[in-house]
Design a protein around this ligand. Sequence first.
Ligand SMILES: C[S@@+](CC[C@H](N)C(=O)[O-])C[C@H]1O[C@@H](n2cnc3c(N)ncnc32)[C@H](O)[C@@H]1O
Length: 292
Amino acid sequence: MSLSPTVRDVLRAATAQLDRAGVDAPRTTARVLLAHVLGVSKEWLIAHDDHVLSPETQARFTALMQRVLDHEPLAYVIGHRPFYDLDLYVDARVLVPRPETEQLVDLALTALREVPSVPFACADIGTGSGAIAIAIAKHALCVRVLATDISRDALRVARQNAERYAVAARVVFVQADLLGAVWMLPPVIVANLPYVARAEIEVLPPEIRTHEPRVALDGGEDGLALVRRLLAQIAERVRAGRAEQWRAAFLEIGATQGEAALSAARTLLPEARATLHRDLAGRDRVLVLQRE
Ligand SMILES: C[S@@+](CC[C@H](N)C(=O)[O-])C[C@H]1O[C@@H](n2cnc3c(N)ncnc32)[C@H](O)[C@@H]1O
């Protein structure tokens, strides 16, 4: 590369390097990273591809590139990730929110429209970066959300995101094991708990396997251990008369776990109607439970 490399030169070289290292979507990754370093949009890069980079910019870009070449998730390197209509702060303390999880927000918002006003209308179990809870609070202005996570570190990130979106007064974050902090079930429960089967973690891409928190991935032997435990806790509260207001639960699952999740729900919680909600590609994605 020349001593005064342009945007075009840098992107070309970075794309080739990322490609060789087996990083996903090398061209887009290079663009996102350079746009981040320059503080400009990806569109700006296209319109200014003959812009010459200063030595300081080159050095910063090289340092961040090295992290991506080491398979650190791009979202951690640039410190944020879009989710729903939010742009959330993320780092290695939380799972990078995934686009497929956005449908949990839609399902919960639809269910919440039918719910009378109560102090806590919704609980987000395993909130991570706060993605689901914050998107719900931002779009359902009267709703207060109880968001739990077993990871104190994750809750710090979630609180930071809630403040950024000015919903901190309506989202209460609590460190708890599943429903441990929830005495009465709220009308709507959402959860994107870890659902990767333990043995499968080792064959995931290095970005996930070595960088995302294990506690956010590990779903036990078949991936459904936490989902089953949550179902059992819901059932326990229903039977103990601590679920008067409870209407629905939406639990994200893996694409191959539909039948096993349905069967677990029908066994553990026969008081609810269990169905599967598919994603846009037609794969099973959400276990839906509705009070009969
Ligand atoms: C797959 S991540 C999802 C994070 C976030 N809800 C999202 O959709 O991006 C699962 C989260 O569940 C949390 N978690 C794991 N075990 C838990 C438990 N027993 N009780 C509560 N949270 C738990 C993890 O710390 C992690 O933040």
